[in-house]
Design a protein around this ligand. Structure first.
Ligand code: CA
Length: 584
């Protein structure tokens, strides 16, 4: 078979993009472009031959290539098919600030049997490592983009953790690459690699990830709208700098009632112990569990629950010493505002509330509440987000966070100077996040999921985003966007929840087949689950309990008869409290 040449392939790619849409009617009868379905293809030649063809790729060094045999990787019970793994580096530069060499390192996994699609995987945390390009999402995933035949890209977003963790934030270009520019740089490179591998560029392109990867997804949806057809964002920290500062604000409140040393995670946790978190979760369940028609350990009608649950009234107040069955009056004063949302000194909110939910006692909570603000948010806020940056957080994160002037730092998140010409709120968040009309007009689709008990990025902030894009599109968000809340679930996965679901298949069906998704069936990962067991699934549940995840603002309600463990006995209905929430 003749080897294709890159320039000719890219030309063909442009033509395909121009002719890839046909008018169609959505379910409201309004015209939106419908994107044609991807067609399968096969890798041309061997993996080494592909690497040789990529030698001339501008601005990029291919650093390795290897064939990964079928079954070497397994997702759930499913062996991942044979694929070619290519690694490379792009956009290398020496920082004028710290003298270190930065580059965007990446890997692509290219299936021998290709489904015609490209998946750009957004990774979590502060990036800094090339996570395997599996395109896997959801708790204990049983499928992922690579397993489904996508060509998948993963990158370190322009820095390596080995270079000093958050210290990369001293370099302005490394900040921009982390925020958005690594995605912008890699997108055409990845599409060229796909073209060299299969003889044509991707028919359809997708972007997905959770946490910071969800943020990358919403940023890509806003900045690179014309490059991607479908987006899947989990727990999108789309206002990540504000969420990180809010978490530090919360740690300062915990510190005020800690009985141990608040500069250590176990010491900070003495402010709100596991037993006390269980007390709050039980109080929430007592008020809210049955509102959805079944006392089953899950609160489906989140908005209604916020209405009927009263933290001050419903959580027992200790009459004597704290004993794990109550909260002291001082604890309630310190902790209540962490749920109602971070504010400046004069009471102005700067992030969002966190809803009361059954997962408040979840296993992931202590990390995000008591470790992250001392060890993670400190470096991110201090060194990556603030203008000017501070290196104090690198030497003593706990002291930095517990002593931080919140109001002043909030101003520094939107500040610029001669060296750092983009503020954190510019490089980290989607420009004009609440307007996704360009995406809608293109015929692209976006699906978002978020755990109701997520303690670091509030589901209420994602609800705010959905209401915003609905307003800005004249009430048409349901034509191009879906938000699925996952009751009980913590950050991206885990908690007492049904946290395993395949969102990729319905996203592709929507983008390429025009089939708008309704409820998504999610499964609990109890004993015997193929993708890994979630130890937080209560023993009173069926280990494979299913629930419908309902499109926001609808909520699941038990039909009143039949097996309460089965999603088939639940339906999506309007919340009894409307959409809930409030917008700033
Ligand atoms: Ca319930």
């Amino acid at each position: 078979m003749p080897q294709p040449r890159l320039p000719a392939l890219l030309c063909g790619l442009a033509l395909a993009a121009a002719s890839g849409t046909v008018p169609a009617h959505d379910r409201h009868g309004r015209d939106l472009p419908r994107l044609s379905p991807a067609q399968p293809g096969s890798l041309l030649g061997t993996c080494d031959e592909l690497a040789a063809r990529l030698a001339g790729l501008p601005g990029t060094t291919i650093t390795g290539s290897s064939t990964v045999a079928a079954g070497t990787l397994v997702q759930g019970n499913t062996p991942i098919g044979a694929h070619c793994r290519v690694t490379g580096r792009s956009a290398e530069h020496v920082s004028p600030i710290d003298g270190k060499t930065y580059a965007i390192s990446f890997e692509m996994r290219l299936p021998l049997a290709w489904n015609g699609r490209f998946w750009h995987q957004g990774n979590g945390g502060i990036d800094g490592s090339v996570v395997p390009a599996l395109g896997a999402l959801g708790g204990g995933p049983l499928t992922g983009a690579l397993a489904q035949g996508f060509a998948v890209l993963s990158s370190d977003a322009g820095h390596t953790l080995a270079q000093g963790g958050p210290a990369f934030g001293l370099d302005p270009q490394a900040r921009r690459d982390y925020g958005y520019q690594a995605v912008g740089t890699l997108t055409p490179i990845a599409k060229s690699i796909v073209a060299a591998a299969y003889g044509r560029g991707p028919d359809r392109s997708y972007f997905g990830g959770c946490s910071n990867g969800g943020r990358h997804t919403l940023v890509a949806a806003a900045r690179y709208t014309q490059e991607y057809d479908g987006y899947l964002a989990g727990a999108p920290g789309y206002r990540l700098p504000l969420a990180a500062l809010a978490n530090i604000w919360g740690a300062q409140r915990y510190a005020s009632v800690a009985t141990g040393d608040p500069s250590t995670p176990p010491g900070l946790e003495t402010a709100f112990t596991a037993a006390e978190r269980r007390v709050v979760a039980d109080a929430v369940l007592a008020r809210c569990d049955a509102l959805d028609g079944a006392a089953d350990g899950l609160v489906q009608d989140t908005a209604r629950c916020q209405r009927v649950f009263d933290f001050e009234r419903d959580v027992p107040t200790c009459s004597g010493a704290r004993d794990g069955t109550c909260l002291s009056a001082a604890q309630k004063l310190a902790i209540g505002p962490i749920f109602s949302g971070a504010t400046t000194r004069n009471g102005t909110p700067f992030y969002m509330p966190f809803p009361f939910d059954s997962g408040i006692a979840g296993g992931g909570i202590p990390f995000w509440e008591f470790t992250a603000p001392l060890a993670l948010d400190s470096g991110a806020v201090g060194t990556i987000f603030k203008v000017p940056p501070s290196t104090a957080a690198l030497t003593n994160g706990p002291a930095f966070s517990l002593g931080l002037d919140i109001d002043r730092t909030l101003a520094e998140l939107s500040a610029t100077d001669a060296t750092y010409t983009e503020s954190a709120l510019e490089f980290m968040t989607p420009p004009d996040a609440l307007d996704m009309n360009d995406l809608r007009r293109r015929g692209a689709k976006i699906m978002v999921y978020h755990g109701v008990s997520d303690p670091i990025f509030s589901v209420a902030d994602t609800e705010r985003w959905y209401r915003g894009i609905d307003r800005s599109s004249g009430g048409r968000a349901d034509e191009f966007a879906r938000l699925y809340r996952v009751p009980g679930m913590g950050h991206c996965s885990g908690g007492p929840a049904t946290d395993q679901a395949d969102f990729i298949t319905p996203l592709v069906a929507w983008v390429e087949g025009g089939r708008a998704p309704g409820a998504i069936t999610a499964t609990a990962r109890g004993t015997g689950n193929a993708g890994g067991v979630n130890p937080e699934v209560p023993s009173t549940w069926s280990p494979a309990r299913t629930r419908p995840l309902c499109p926001y603002p609808s909520v699941a309600r038990y039909k009143g008869t039949g097996d309460v463990e089965s999603a088939s006995r639940w339906m999506c209905v309007p919340s009894r409290h409307g959409r809930g929430g409030h917008d700033d």
